[in-house]
Write a protein that binds this ligand. Structure first.
Ligand SMILES: Nc1ncnc2c1ncn2[C@@H]1O[C@H](COP(=O)(O)OP(=O)(O)OP(=O)(O)O)[C@@H](O)[C@H]1O
Length: 249
């Protein structure tokens, strides 16, 4: 198998409470992989471990053959593994174009100087516009981020993330708080950006998970309950029990 990301024995304890326990996870390169589970299952903790926002108590994380267990989020971003939605700063008063341009500039290792003249910054425009086109925001180029409807704002965050040239995108609940029309638009967008990238997402919306994911890992009480495609995991008795036990219908 063509592996992008692998965790072995991943464990996180908070003062004796084991939030993630011995998780072995393999994410295939080029796939869309979802991490699901009832409330409190350990998804966010697991995601924070994989993206290096938390340090594991035990276990190893390998990205593209390289041990990243001890690296910082900025270091793994340099390696091509980028987390969206939480670190991707979108500046409310900057336009769509300006926001993505800042991200392009940042990737090229230049400092964040807002006071640079527009003329100097315009050399980043072509690349910024490509990312903006990719997420379907070409008609919103000069809108300020704060004026964008919620779903478009998320698309802007993805554009800013794409500017960092990720081979792997980690999405934390991309559909949270979205209206149905936005859910469809962002689903299509994730499918599009995943054509030549690997995607790992934590997502509560099971119909989105069903339609987008190649592979799903179900967590409950910090442990892996089941893994496979949606048809397989949704039929697994342990998964049904865990969701029903947690009050899901
Ligand atoms: N910093 C922390 N200190 C102590 N316990 C924590 C901490 N972070 C998470 N936990 C506990 O670990 C368990 C897993 O939490 P986590 O947020 O990872 O679950 P989740 O699957 O993302 O849940 P949800 O779907 O509700 O967001 C929970 O019981 C939570 O209370």
């Amino acid at each position: 198998m063509n592996i992008a990301l692998e965790a072995r024995g991943l464990t996180k304890e908070f003062k004796g409470f084991v939030a993630v326990k011995d998780v072995d996870l393999t994410v295939e390169r080029g796939s869309i992989h979802a991490l699901i589970g009832p409330n409190g299952a350990g998804k966010t903790t697991c995601f924070n471990l994989l993206t290096k926002f938390l340090q594991p108590t035990r276990g190893t994380i390998i990205y593209e053959g390289r041990d990243i267990t001890k690296l910082a989020p900025a270091e793994i971003a340099q390696l091509g593994m980028v987390r969206s939605f939480q670190i991707s700063a979108v500046f409310p008063d900057l336009s769509v174009l300006q926001n993505v341009r800042v991200a392009v500039q940042r990737k090229r290792g230049e400092s964040f100087d807002f006071w640079r003249s527009e003329r100097k910054l315009s050399r980043f425009d072509d690349e910024a516009r490509r990312h903006i086109d990719e997420v379907g925001l070409a008609d919103f180029l000069h809108h300020r981020a704060v004026e964008l409807p919620y779903g478009r704002k998320r698309a802007l965050e993805i554009a800013a993330t794409l500017a960092l040239n990720p081979d792997m995108l980690l999405l934390d609940e991309p559909m949270a708080g979205m209206a149905q029309a936005d859910v469809e638009r962002i689903s299509a967008l994730i499918r599009r950006v995943a054509q030549n990238r690997t995607v790992l997402m934590v997502e509560h919306n099971l119909s989105v998970v069903a339609s987008l994911s190649d592979r799903i890992t179900v967590l409950a009480r910090g442990e892996i309950l089941a893994e496979g495609d949606y048809a397989t995991v949704s039929r697994a008795p342990a998964v049904i029990d865990a969701y029903i036990g947690a009050g899901y219908e």
